[in-house]
Design a protein around this ligand. Structure first.
Ligand SMILES: Nc1ncnc2c1ncn2[C@@H]1O[C@H](COP(=O)(O)OP(=O)(O)OP(=O)(O)O)[C@@H](O)[C@H]1O
Ligand SMILES: [Mg+2]
Length: 837
């Protein structure tokens, strides 16, 4: 393998001056912690100790609101301020984009400009950044697509159908969950195949599903979310020299919410904190990567220092493979690690903390830990039992108005729920009450069909191998290309070992009607044209910049205009289509903002940003609005007033987890996370009946409610009271006005990632034509191979056969071949894997 070195060294590896005395590696000459006294002022002694500790591994374990995240930010600031590390030598990992943006803000507030160049990001963003840069080493296109959960399910649905796997009970969701679990355990197809029980038809079938899924993603040059982490781990393991570049660069790695890391994420951290061995150091040196002064006496570059913070009581991602053992076993994995415990809570009132303590105490197998504050009891918790979900929502809306009148800003109020479906009633009432609100990470803008359509155009341009994207837009807007045509293109592609897109270009030889043929070619041409717009000028290519390339917004505008996507929506009679057209135009506006704010960034950067944001959460607080979000999204955040809604059996604990081992305990931790987000006011509410899946059913108060001592809650309408009034019958559901969800998520789209990652596609030194080819995708070329009726040929897959007919012109000539064993096939002569006998 060859070492990938970056001519422009975009990560700043070469910039760091060397402190010969600083054996921990290459940071600026340290003035020592004393210089950053002002950064430790206002911290308690344990927090200060954690900020100032300078060993190799540090574990901070503490309950909610005790300042763990605060310690991380101060620690980063202190390293930089004390000139012990360059910002570029710091990698801080948080769980959501929102948390990353907040952390960056806090560090910037402490340091000002000096904070630039730091990597503060989620695991996924950091990995995408690495993978885009190193894609070549993995045999992956730098423009690889990131598949979200819906994309995964579409592919799995096709595979399951083809394999008739549904007869064995496989569903796209079940296969997806299983694949995700395996990937989070760093188990790939080969590993799974080795351990599969060949006598179990289910296992054998799953293996085939997994295998096909993996192949399709590879063919499409696509990665799913779990791949982002696991592929980075494989990359580092397979290419120690690539790994060394990052091991050398990041001298301080800090991970927030460590209790929720899964095995793959854990492995990634292990790789990143490994020392660089002397032989690799020597090779780096040979390649001009600065290593002098970074090595210790044995000639190694020591591993990065690692700081992790977490709270095992807040572990809520077991379903995604999070492994609490990562935190429990930290001391074993990192011998000599320093452990700091924080005890005092600075966030909430004592009443809120007492409720949290009482609830979490019911979990066994945990270290006893009690949250306390010096700030006093504060108000009691307010409880409310609604007759229906609407009644509950009305209570929430009324209380929010009351808080607002009392001077609490909307942005300092949040409403949490267990499942996204619960937003319906809340949104309906909020819209009616004209309450400004925003759904964080809810029904996402990007998940809307029309946005996915428009995005699919962009994806098809960026990654010509992405079959999913191109098939999505093949007949969107309608252009007369039916499913039969789609299938014949797909099988032509399959038979000729072509991508779907290449097969489209050969449409005129497929024997389709002239109108359909034209429609297919027009679409292929439109995509090629758009791809050509993205090619930088020769100067840009020479200099490795995007100079001369069209802006993302121009490309999208061109695609929308020429495809007629917006126009079709505008001309439709369906009243919903007007909103859809507006949404697509909103996307266009978004690309304009992107272009303005990220000069030099390209289409792939935009697509990456969207996929990362869409999957994890939304970006920023639109100030002045109440935030609605799931309990999972709420992690790490805090608000003056918090409403926990739907505290009912079946919702919390959720019915899916109630029967699973460890399920109720994990749900209890989720409740605990919710409670501990509140600073001053906490509201717990439930409904006596709730409509789910179109059916109204009686709801029971959550078992967790009973775990909170009575004296802490002031019930405005108690579960008991409501029942004694015979209130299990739902009150007539409020008449619907305003429709569901007409506000909400659209407004959130306008926010952006401060931590935006810019991935420059490796294009230095590629001449324009080659670069253009890379964008549109080229394969083998048989030159002017002439074939005539009666010729015998050999195909790599189909064996030998006889040419029956030749149609088409020039590079689009197609041979109709009768294979001896494989039947009739149509082959594109120019590129099919064939030879003349
Ligand atoms: N020493 C301190 N003095 C004053 N305020 C503090 C101190 N330490 C932390 N805080 C404040 O307490 C609140 C909680 O801190 P932080 O968010 O860092 O806690 P955490 O341990 O990360 O919580 P969680 O477990 O919920 O993520 C924040 O508002 C923070 O600014
Ligand atoms: Mg925190």
């Amino acid at each position: 393998m060859t070492l990938i070195l970056h001519p422009d060294d975009p990560t700043g590896w070469r910039e760091a001056p060397v402190a010969a005395s600083d054996k921990r590696g290459g940071g600026p000459q340290g003035a020592g912690p004393a210089a950053s006294d002002r950064l430790t002022a206002g911290l308690n002694p344990q927090q200060r100790e954690a900020v100032e500790y300078r060993g190799e591994a540090l574990l901070i374990v503490a309950g909610a609101g005790s300042g763990k995240t605060r310690v991380l930010t101060h620690r980063i600031a202190s390293l930089i301020d004390g000139r012990e590390a360059w910002p570029s030598q710091i990698l801080a990992i948080t769980f959501t984009n929102k948390a990353a943006a907040e952390m960056r803000e806090r560090v910037e507030a402490l340091l000002g400009e000096a904070a630039g160049g730091m990597w503060i990001s989620t695991f996924h963003s950091a990995c995408v950044r690495i993978l885009r840069r190193e894609a070549a080493a993995m045999g992956l296109s730098t423009t690889f697509t990131i598949y979200d959960s819906a994309d995964q399910r579409t592919i799995l649905k096709r595979i399951i159908k083809e394999l008739d796997a549904d007869t064995l009970g496989f569903t796209p969701a079940s296969a997806q969950a299983k694949i995700s679990k395996l990937k989070n355990e760093l188990s790939d197809v080969e590993t799974y195949a080795r351990n599969v029980n060949t006598n179990d038809p289910n296992d054998v079938m799953f293996l085939e599903i997994f295998r096909q899924y993996t192949r399709r993603l590879r063919d499409a040059s696509a990665l799913d979310f779990d791949d982002l982490i696991s592929e980075t781990v494989y990359l580092f393991r397979a290419f120690p020299k690539v790994a060394a570049l990052y091991q050398r660069r990041f001298r301080h790695i800090l991970v927030d919410e460590y209790q929720d890391t899964n095995h793959a994420q854990y492995a990634l951290i292990r790789e990143l904190t490994r020392p660089v061995e002397p032989d690799v150091v020597a090779e780096l040196d040979e390649h001009g990567v600065l290593v002098r002064g970074m090595t210790d006496a044995s000639g190694r570059i020591p591993g990065a220092s690692l700081t992790v913070v977490g709270d095992s009581d807040q572990s809520i991602y077991a379903f995604r493979g999070a492994d609490i053992r990562n935190i429990v076993e930290f001391e074993r994995d990192f011998p000599g690690a320093k452990v700091v415990l924080l005890e005092q809570n600075y966030r909430s009132t004592q009443n809120i903390l007492s409720a949290a303590n009482a609830v979490i105490a019911n979990n066994f197998d945990r270290k006893e830990k009690k949250l306390w504050t010096a700030d006093g009891d504060g108000d009691k918790i307010t409880g409310y039992t609604g007759y229906s979900a609407h009644d509950e929502a009305q209570f929430v809306a009324d209380e929010i108005e009351a808080l607002h009148r009392a001077g609490v800003a909307y942005r300092d109020i949040a409403v949490f729920y267990r499942t996204n479906a619960q937003t319906r009633a809340l949104e309906e009432i909020f819209v009616r009450s004209a309450l400004p609100y925003r759904v964080v990470g809810g029904t996402k803008f990007y998940e809307r069909a029309e946005i996915k359509d428009a995005m699919a155009y962009l994806i098809a341009v960026a990654n010509p191998l992405d079959e999913l994207a191109i098939r999505r837009i093949l007949n969107t807007p309608k252009r007369g290309i039916g499913p039969a045509t789609e299938t014949s293109i797909a099988s032509f592609a399959e038979q000729n070992d072509l991508s779907f897109r290449q097969a489209m270009r050969a449409a005129d030889g497929l024997g389709l009607g002239p109108k359909v043929t034209k429609a297919i070619l027009d679409l292929a041409n439109l995509l090629d044209e758009a791809a050509a717009m993205l090619v930088p000028s020769q100067k840009g290519i020479d200099e490795g910049t995007n100079e001369g390339a069209a802006k993302v917004s121009d490309v999208l505008a061109h695609l929308l205009d020429r495809s007629g996507l917006v126009e079709t929506l505008r001309n439709s009679r369906d009243p919903q289509d007007e909103t859809r057209a507006e949404n697509v135009e909103e996307l266009l506006a978004q690309t304009k903002d992107f272009d303005r704010e990220n000069p030099g960034a390209g289409l792939v950067d935009f697509l990456t940003q969207v996929s990362l944001v869409a999957a994890a959460d939304e970006l920023d607080d639109a100030s002045g609005t109440v935030s609605l979000m799931t309990l999972h999204t709420a992690k790490g955040l805090e608000y003056h007033a918090v409403f926990l809604t739907g505290i009912e059996e079946g919702l919390l604990p959720h019915q899916m987890s109630a029967t699973e081992p460890g399920g109720p305990a994990e749900e209890r931790r989720l409740f605990y996370v919710g409670i501990t987000r509140a600073r001053k006011r906490l509201y717990l509410s439930l409904a006596m009946s709730r409509a789910q899946f179109g059916e109204v059913s009686v709801a029971m108060p959550s078992r967790y409610l009973q775990e909170i001592p009575d004296e802490l809650i002031d019930w405005k309408q108690s579960p008991g009271m409501a029942t004694s009034r015979g209130g299990t019958q739902p009150r007539a559901l409020n008449a619907r006005r305003g429709g569901y969800g007409s506000g909400g998520s659209g407004g959130a789209w306008g926010l952006r990632d401060r931590d935006l990652e810019r991935f420059s596609v490796t294009k230095a030194a590629a001449p324009k034509a080659e670069w253009a080819n890379r964008v549109t995708g080229t394969v083998r070329d048989n030159g002017d191979l002439t074939l005539e009726v009666g010729d015998r040929i050999r195909h790599t897959d189909f064996g030998e056969g006889t040419v029956r007919q030749v149609t088409g012109e020039g590079s689009k000539r197609i041979a109709h071949v009768a294979f001896d064993t494989a039947g009739q096939k149509k082959l594109l002569i120019k590129i099919a894997p064939i030879e003349k006998l």
